[in-house]
Write a protein that binds this ligand. Structure first.
Ligand code: GSH
Length: 312
């Protein structure tokens, strides 16, 4: 996988992404400007474009924010091919800049960029630069700057939302990656225990509560769902997170399917692409690149809880 150095793309990335103990270390996002009313980047319809990949869970959370706020017409999107090649994320059809690869977008930064070429990217069409390549920030901007009422990120719930976000990031969203990308038995063992301990706690929370914070959907739910959506088709097998399946957790499975049933959400999901993406050829994890046929997971059917989409 390539990397950008001083604004130029290099096909070979010499830096390992694991530490001395074989534990996966995710690089930090460095492009972190902010969309806000009256700021340099104002929340104007038609001004911003998202570069994503269907299979990327970090990109997925931004697509969920966009769908929940009905911003599909206000913010356009380019979807990468599920499998990266030596050019990294590749685009067959980019309605915004007409690029073929994401590194071409990073190369346009006014300050030459050094770092990994990751999705999601929030691009400002007006000033022709990347506003942010950090999904947590992009989602927060959508839910605050693009929604005056802050329906999914209310001030009063912010401490609780941030607490869930921190736990879910470390143990669930990134926990599955620590398991799947571990290079030692010890690193894997630690990660997989974290993942299932967190899922057990979430299961208990959802026993009494419709959502993570009680009964209304918030940003914390939007950040959990992408990992749940990929769990049984990808992480359970490709990342060896196989102590239990999502379907083995009655509350989490009910919650995940109720979320999937919210109008607009299934349009952000593509299970087949998840499988192809996570089982793409990898020297370490899947040298032959063979994609398994199963499992076939049925996300339809009635759920005990039903979320409503708050009026737009
Ligand atoms: N902190 C970033 C992480 C994004 C990320 O790691 N994206 C992955 C895809 S799931 C990627 O583009 N990786 C390419 C690379 O590291 O070269 C965020 O949440 O926005």
């Amino acid at each position: 996988m390539g990397v950008m150095i001083e604004g130029r793309y290099h096909v070979n990335d010499p830096a390992p992404q694991t530490d001395a103990a074989g534990t996966f270390q995710r690089s930090r996002s460095t492009l972190r400007d902010w969309v806000e009313p009256a700021g340099q980047f104002a929340p104007e319809p038609g001004r911003y474009h998202l570069y994503v990949a269907w299979n990327c869970p970090w990109a997925h959370r931004t697509l969920i924010g966009r769908a929940m706020l009905g911003l599909e017409d206000a913010i356009s999107v380019s979807y990468a091919r599920p499998t990266r090649n030596d050019q990294g994320w590749v685009y067959d059809h980019d309605p915004c800049l007409g690029v073929n690869a994401l590194h071409e977008v990073y190369a346009l930064q006014p300050t030459p960029y050094t770092g990994r070429v990751t999705v999601p990217v929030l691009w400002d069409i007006q000033t022709r630069q990347i506003v942010s390549n950090e999904s947590a920030d992009i989602l927060r901007m959508l839910l605050t700057a693009f929604d005056q009422d802050r329906r999914y990120c209310p001030e009063a719930l912010l401490p609780e939302i941030d607490r869930w976000n921190a736990e879910i990031y470390a143990q669930v969203n990134n926990g599955v990656y620590r398991a799947g990308f571990a290079r030692t038995q010890q690193a894997y063992d630690g990660a997989v225990v974290d993942v299932f301990a967190a899922l057990d706690r979430l299961e208990a929370q959802l026993e009494q509560n419709a959502t993570l914070t009680g009964y209304t959907l918030t940003e914390a739910d939007f950040r959990l769902f992408p990992t749940l959506a990929r769990f049984d088709v990808a992480y359970n097998t490709a990342f060896k997170c196989n102590l239990r399946r999502l379907q083995d957790y009655p509350q989490l499975w009910d919650y995940a399917r109720a979320f999937y049933a919210i109008p607009g959400i299934s349009e952000t999901v593509d299970f087949d692409t998840y499988k192809r993406g996570y089982f793409s050829r990898s020297d370490l994890r899947n040298p032959l690149g063979i994609v398994p046929a199963g499992p076939v997971v049925d996300w339809s059917g009635p759920t005990k809880r039903q979320f409503q989409r708050l009026s737009l």
